[in-house]
Design a protein around this ligand. Structure first.
Ligand code: G6P
Length: 487
């Protein structure tokens, strides 16, 4: 299905990400590790196995001991991968994860849909945890490896790893947008964050715009010089490029073709009364536009363009970061809104909104993509949005309409979706109405092209193109040895 040779010329690979590729399952005597589902893990795991690599990540629990530090952090093997768990204390999690990562960086990088909080008491632990990740990565890298650091929680790690493991090539991939320079400028520690990232040889983003925003901020606030796609810094040449992430298209397509999945889709359709289904699937996050989607649907019910006898909105909201106040507030608002809509518009035993506050197992998720007539993905801002791509991969029947926010990275690739502005409720309800009325011909024409896009650009291709770029990165002193003829 994919090439496992992996770029990198056989050098060991170290992956550093806040989440590990495994999770704890079962209890007591039956407790064990299992490989986490999801595209990132399925794309990287084969390369990690092949290259005798290590994955450094948080072990998923809060230890109460202050300074538990590296205890509970012995590396182990699972599923052919070497895992080096990081132990984080409750205090680490409060400052590094909930605080600086998710109340400072997350809102700031997503266009400040909520006000980012800048607290010195979070910044220092954030640095400290990044330092610990860097140390673990440098140990795993030995004399030198290709080290691939992931996401906004670990933006300081690249420079720290470079310092401790100068023989390594370092890549960084940001899974969320990089904000425009004038928003980023608010960050009191902007120079330190940029210098942290500039420790990498290759810095990857979902879109060219994010790469350009980063490069401009780096030229504005550090000594880096160069263009939107290449920087010179500290005697090194650094590539800043777009590598749009994707999904394990083949795996989703296969699950969708299995009888059991088809059966579950049919059961779901029947349990919703055979009505047409509008589907939303998101982490419960204020960037996702769950609230405006409810308003657009409510508008259709109010104006009589939809009725609960014929149409249902199924909203799956996966619990996330529940101890952050903004997330708890959003949950309350969404649940009140669902209650209001159902109170006003339920009809003959049919609720207008079928709402779940929990994750679905993967096969049920694919079954719900298959059962839907219209998929609504309406974030205010999203780095990529993989739900939109998964929906297309699951539609082996080549039917179904995708309504997609123009502010999701995916909108740059999924051009045959119906693109909407999530701030324009009238526009969204009009698009929803059009989606429900679209002819079968048009639906199929659009879906065929969407499916071609997601099968050509899957997550294996993404990982391979990033690692190939990293393997050929020029590295140290690359800006000092230009051929004379070019001087
Ligand atoms: C986004 C981020 C990831 C993060 C994921 C889940 O996709 O880019 O870094 O892991 O959300 O959030 P959580 O806070 O639960 O890890």
């Amino acid at each position: 299905m994919h090439d496992e040779s992996g770029a990198g010329g056989g050098r060991p690979l170290v992956v550093v990400a806040n989440r590990m590729p495994v999770r704890r399952a079962g209890e007591g005597d039956t407790a064990h590790w299992e490989t986490s589902p999801g595209g990132l893990v399925s794309a990287i795991a084969p390369v990690l196995r092949e290259r005798r690599g290590t994955w450094v990540g948080w072990n998923g629990t809060a230890s109460d001991e202050v300074g538990a530090g590296d205890a509970a952090a012995d590396a182990f093997e699972h599923d052919g991968m070497r895992i080096r768990p990081m132990a984080l204390t409750r205090a680490d999690l409060d400052s590094f994860y909930y605080g600086f990562s998710n109340e400072t960086l997350w809102p700031l990088y997503h266009d400040a849909i909520r006000f980012p909080r800048f607290h010195r008491r979070w910044w220092w632990p954030f640095r400290d945890v990044n330092e610990r990740y860097a140390r673990a990565a440098a140990e795993a890298a030995g004399d030198g490896a290709d080290v691939w650091v992931h996401d906004y929680q670990l933006q300081l790690a690249p420079a720290m790893i470079r310092e401790q493991s100068p023989g390594s090539r370092i890549g960084f991939f940001l899974h969320i947008p990089f904000p425009p320079e004038e928003l980023f400028a608010k960050m009191p520690w902007r120079r330190q964050v940029l210098e942290g990232l500039l420790g990498a040889d290759v810095i990857g983003f979902h879109t060219k715009l994010s790469a350009q925003n980063f490069s401009r901020a780096a030229r504005q606030f550090t000594t880096a010089r160069g263009s939107d796609s290449h920087l010179e810094y500290d005697g090194r040449r650094i590539a800043c490029k777009a590598f749009p992430i994707s999904i394990d298209t083949g795996a989703i397509d296969s699950i969708a073709r299995e009888d059991e999945t088809g059966r579950r889709a049919a059961v779901l359709r029947e349990s919703l009364g055979g009505r047409r289904i509008i589907l939303g699937v998101d982490r419960m996050d204020y960037t996702k536009g769950i609230d405006v989607r409810l308003r657009a649907f409510e508008d259709m019910l109010e104006t009589g363009r939809a009725s609960a006898d014929e149409v249902v909105l199924m909203q799956v909201a996966v619990p996330s970061r529940e101890s952050v106040g903004d997330y708890a507030d959003l949950r309350r608002t969404v649940e009140e809104h669902v209650g209001r809509i159902n109170g006003r518009f339920a009809s003959g035993g049919n609720a207008a909104v079928y709402y779940l506050y929990r994750g679905l197992d993967f096969r049920d998720l694919v079954a719900s993509y298959m059962a839907a007539d219209v998929m609504m993905v309406t974030p205010f801002r999203d780095g990529m949005n993989l739900v939109a791509k998964e929906f297309c991969a699951a539609r082996a029947d080549e039917d179904g309409v995708l309504v997609l926010s123009e502010f999701a990275g995916a909108a740059l690739e999924l051009l045959q979706a119906m693109l909407v502005n999530p701030y324009d409720i009238d526009g969204m309800s009009a698009a929803l109405d059009r989606a429900l009325r679209m002819s079968e011909d048009e639906r199929r024409r659009r879906m065929r092209t969407l499916r071609r896009t997601v099968s050509r650009h899957d997550v294996y291709r993404w990982a391979d193109s990033f690692l190939t770029e990293l393997a050929t990165a020029p590295g140290k002193d690359s800006t000092r040895h230009e051929p004379a003829a070019r001087a």
